[in-house]
Design a protein around this ligand. Structure first.
Ligand SMILES: Nc1ncnc2c1ncn2[C@@H]1O[C@H](COP(=O)(O)OP(=O)(O)O)[C@@H](O)[C@H]1O
Ligand SMILES: [Mg+2]
Length: 347
């Protein structure tokens, strides 16, 4: 939320109880914010059963909402030749990093020069899933700070040709991500000849997530078949349509596609989970894929090999299908109905 322009100190009761202190925009003078609408907004957000924290807190972390950084942190407005795809969700733990690892591996395996960038500063999961954590010397934040160049920080994948990883820093310095800095790095990657830049976004709408959303041409909206996850994804769609670079520049909107992950047909049948149809009806975006719940996903992560490389498991096959759809092929959906007796025996 932008700082209040109200410089008057109100003395009524509401002002005394309102604990929201804001810094006056021009005079750095603390005033008490009395807007009851703000209190209402806070109440509404607290009652929302989502993992995204309070809306106000998140918005304050958005560098574009901070008047003092707005001018200094101008986004890069150039056109990029690379296709920038953000793997996003409102909720954490839904399978974004698993998806970013598998989709980037799948695109590279199809011959497309691809880089996967970890925007989740502080967590740094992507390099673990890609099995390159011991090879990280320089990371995304080092590049942003000018401590290393991209050639030093990019890690060439050891399994798949055409694939590079830009790891996140484990330091908790999330403020290092700026619209301007990230835009320059994305532009440089694009100019290096990468066809696809896959951005593994953090959960919610913290700064790193908003910056990744801003530069997206395409979004893989990763969602679990449960109402809180769907609701959070819907909120992300709102941001993509309203705040992304494409929206700001009045270009064609970001292409948003649904990836329904951890889909358990048995639980859907028992109505313990939302069905694909339910989720589609709520979000109303085209389906990129449905990834079944599978123990192989965790096994693959522990082995440091993206699950798409496991061509025998259903989750691996479903990610392969999703990559084909991303490249424009028409591939029927699988793993959305219960297996027949014979399928169970032979799988
Ligand atoms: N299709 C799946 N089946 C089973 N477990 C999954 C599946 N996708 C993701 N997971 C598990 O869910 C957890 C969160 O996945 P992750 O990709 O790290 O999510 P995020 O990046 O959204 O936080 C991990 O333990 C991962 O192994
Ligand atoms: Mg993640």
């Amino acid at each position: 939320m932008p700082p209040s322009k109200n410089k008057n100190t109100k003395t009524n009761k509401a002002a005394e109880t309102a604990e929201n202190k804001v810094v006056a925009e021009n005079e750095n003078q603390e005033v008490e914010q009395t807007a009851s609408a703000d209190l209402e907004e806070k109440k509404e957000v607290v009652s929302e059963p989502t993992t995204t924290e309070t809306k106000k807190e998140d918005e304050e972390k958005d560098p574009k909402n901070n008047e003092s950084t707005k001018e200094a942190d101008a986004p890069i407005e150039d056109d990029f030749t690379a296709r920038i795809i953000v793997v996003t969700s409102g909720k954490g733990g839904v399978g974004k990093t698993t998806t970013a690892a598998s989709i980037s591996t799948g695109l590279a395996a199809q011959g497309h020069k691809t880089v996967v960038v970890d925007f989740d500063v502080g967590l740094r999961n992507l390099d673990l899933i890609m099995g390159c954590e011991r090879r990280v010397v320089y990371d995304f934040i080092n590049v942003l700070h000018g401590e290393a160049n991209l050639n030093q920080a990019l890690i060439k994948d050891k399994r798949t040709d055409n694939l590079y990883i830009l790891a996140a820093s484990q330091t908790k310095d999330k403020d290092s991500l700026s619209y301007n800095g990230v835009g320059k790095v994305l532009k440089e990657l694009s100019d290096m000849g990468f066809e696809y830049i896959i951005c593994d976004s953090p959960a919610g709408i913290e700064a790193g997530a908003l910056i990744a959303l801003y530069y997206a041409d395409e979004a893989i909206v990763t969602t679990n078949p449960e109402i809180s996850s769907v609701r959070d994804s819907d909120r992300i769609l709102g941001i993509l349509y309203a705040k992304s670079r494409r929206a700001v520049q009045n270009k064609d909107s970001v292409v948003c596609k649904l990836l329904l992950t951890r889909y358990d047909v048995n639980r859907v049948t028992k109505e313990e989970m939302l069905s694909l149809n339910d989720v589609q009806e709520l979000l109303r975006i085209p389906v990129l894929g449905v990834i079944p719940e599978s123990k192989e996903v965790l096994k693959s992560s522990n082995d440091g090999a993206p699950v798409i490389l496991n061509t025998k498991c259903d989750a691996g096959k479903a990610y392969q299908d999703a990559v084909k759809r991303l490249l424009g092929e028409e591939v029927p959906l699988r793993f959305i109905t219960e297996k027949s007796f014979f399928q169970k025996i032979f799988s």
